[in-house]
Design a protein around this ligand. Structure first.
Ligand SMILES: Nc1nc2c(ncn2[C@@H]2O[C@H](COP(=O)(O)OP(=O)(O)OP(=O)(O)O)[C@@H](O)[C@H]2O)c(=O)[nH]1
Ligand SMILES: [Mg+2]
Length: 211
């Protein structure tokens, strides 16, 4: 199957942050369009959703991780695997913002200081303005310290900026992916080579799905 938008890409995004900041609520709102009222701490959940980013079909695999300490080894595995990250805190909890610093350090370390790691800083629970304890200015300052990454305030409850954060990180991955492809020297395949190459990719479990 082919599409006018070109081959479909598949990207993995990890949603990280302390327990209770709203990672699952944001993910469920994005994928299923529902708000989860009840707090049920996550062990690990993976969701898939196809979206259109600037005319390109992208299949996202979203890894909703556990904020709770006891599940951190799973989180490390997610960090290694993911190409993009949503770092989520709650605007009602300064400690949830502070705790992201360590997670970011871990990501940077695991990606071996790779430049331009696709990351978005997300201040969730923006509907709870009366309980706000992290100012926009403070969060923005942190985002600048972390290499000028984008900062959004979201509300999973009100569906505010939910699509935007996922699309932003996806756009960053796409941009990076395209520049890597551009840098790779292209060569005309010899007769019959194209097919063999596709088979080889299949064996390796290539994550690029050709429609
Ligand atoms: N008011 C408000 N409540 C929210 C929002 N997002 C999540 N919540 C609530 O906060 C609680 C925790 O949300 P979860 O999405 O389960 O939090 P989590 O980050 O996934 O927590 P862990 O899985 O333990 O890491 C739930 O009761 C949600 O209903 C939001 O945008 N606004
Ligand atoms: Mg959760």
């Amino acid at each position: 199957m082919s599409s006018r938008a070109g081959p479909q890409r598949e990207y993995n995004i990890a949603v990280l942050g302390s327990g209770g900041v709203g990672k699952s609520a944001l993910t469920a709102q994005f994928v299923q369009g529902i708000f989860i009222e009840r707090y049920d701490p996550t062990i690990e959940d993976t969701y898939r959703k196809t979206i259109d980013v600037d005319g390109r079909q992208v299949m996202l695999e979203i890894m909703d991780t556990a904020g709770t300490e006891q599940f951190t080894s799973i989180r490390e595995m997610y960090m290694r695997y993911a190409q993009g990250f949503l770092l989520v805190f709650s605007i009602t909890s300064p400690s949830s913002l502070a705790e992201l610093a360590e997670l970011r350090e871990q990501i940077v370390h695991m990606k071996q200081h790779e430049p331009n790691i696709p990351i978005v800083l997300v201040g969730n629970k923006a509907d709870l303005e009366d309980d706000r304890r992290v100012t926009r200015a403070r969060a923005f300052q942190v985002s600048q310290q972390w290499g000028n990454i984008p900062y959004y305030e979201t509300s999973a409850r009100r569906r505010l900026n939910v699509n935007e954060v996922f699309v932003d990180v996806c756009r960053q991955i796409l941009r990076k992916d395209m520049s890597v492809r551009k840098d790779q020297p292209s060569r005309r395949p010899k007769r019959g080579e194209g097919r063999r190459r596709r088979d080889r990719d299949k064996e390796r479990g290539s994550r690029c799905v050709i429609l």
